[in-house]
Design a protein around this ligand. Sequence first.
Ligand code: F6R
Length: 255
Amino acid sequence: MEVIILPTKEECAYLGAGIIANLIRDNPKCVLGLATGSTPVPVYNELIRLHKENNLSFAEVTTFNLDEYIGLSADHPCSYRYFMQEQLFNEVDVDLNATHVPNGLADDVQSECESYEELITKSGGIDLQILGIGSDGHIGFNEPCSSLSSRTRMKTLTGETIEDNSRFFDSVDDVPRHCITMGVGTILDTRSVLLFAFGEGKADVISQSVEGPITSMVPASALQLHQRVKVIIDDAAASKLSNIDYYKEVYANRP
Ligand code: F6R
């Protein structure tokens, strides 16, 4: 893991978006794995700026989102499809037919999950996966105790996640209890990962994921097994790491 600590989330977003933009410029047909929630928003804002001001084109890019709530339609304001349209897709030149978010209204959830995995494989696999992290250590919606080799499937959200995500809904009772999420194994198969975390509220879980043991109780710790992960975090999210000085020295003296 490469741990990159910068003073602010804006600087993290600028760096992360630059890495994504370089990938798109090198390989315009690349496949991106996308996340929702608050964390990637500044990264998407910077990508939109690069599209509008620096001719960054998404025209040939394919995208796969990590997850979707079961029971919410694409036009529900709290669905992750809706979020992606608002936060990124409607602002850039991506071909909407090449954007994929699990269908939260699928009649047959199992076959929706299998097809999602097949589509990722048919697209050649994910070149770069963007991740946030839940306060309980989830990536995608792989809650604690998720198999570290899991594939796309239905999961039940923990009380902590429901509480955390209730800020996007009118009330905690409106948060769906179930979702479809790529598995930890699906995420580990991606060619590279950018994990972002901002703010003091993520400090404990970042320390457990980066410096703690690999355990299904902290699904993000499985990223220690991935060969190309950049953990891009602000000072506040890094504040509980033991080796802050070392990570900063490595980054300052990178070849
Ligand atoms: C969302 C997702 C989740 C979020 C996580 C953090 O697609 O996969 O793992 O990244 O819940 O959410 P925020 O960024 O809102 O703190």
